[in-house]
Design a protein. Sequence first.
Length: 123
Amino acid sequence: MLFFIELREMLTNIEKGLVKKNLVGGVTLDKKIKELSIISSLLAIAGLVLMFSSNYFGTTLGDSWRHNQAGVIDTELYYRVTDTYKNNFVIIGSILFGAGILTAILTYFISFLTVKNENRNIV
């Protein structure tokens, strides 16, 4: 979140003409955009991994819960706990994936609006 606030301040300084040659604190805006691109990619990849591995993680945590219970466990309760764990990983993965995609889209538009044509080397 701090990165977005810092990026917003840089953009307002550029618009006001306070910053020359895309330099902010000794770091170019291109560098900040590349960092943001890397962060968005990592978020999206982590989200996909959690979504597609939710079955494994949910079953593993459900089995761990079952081993920690004393006595006989109702099968329906075990299935409910395991499904809850699976759904939690799908939800967390979806949130991370959505945040990564949204960050990538915002990064693209920021780079498109602020960086000069000859400096568009994000990819």
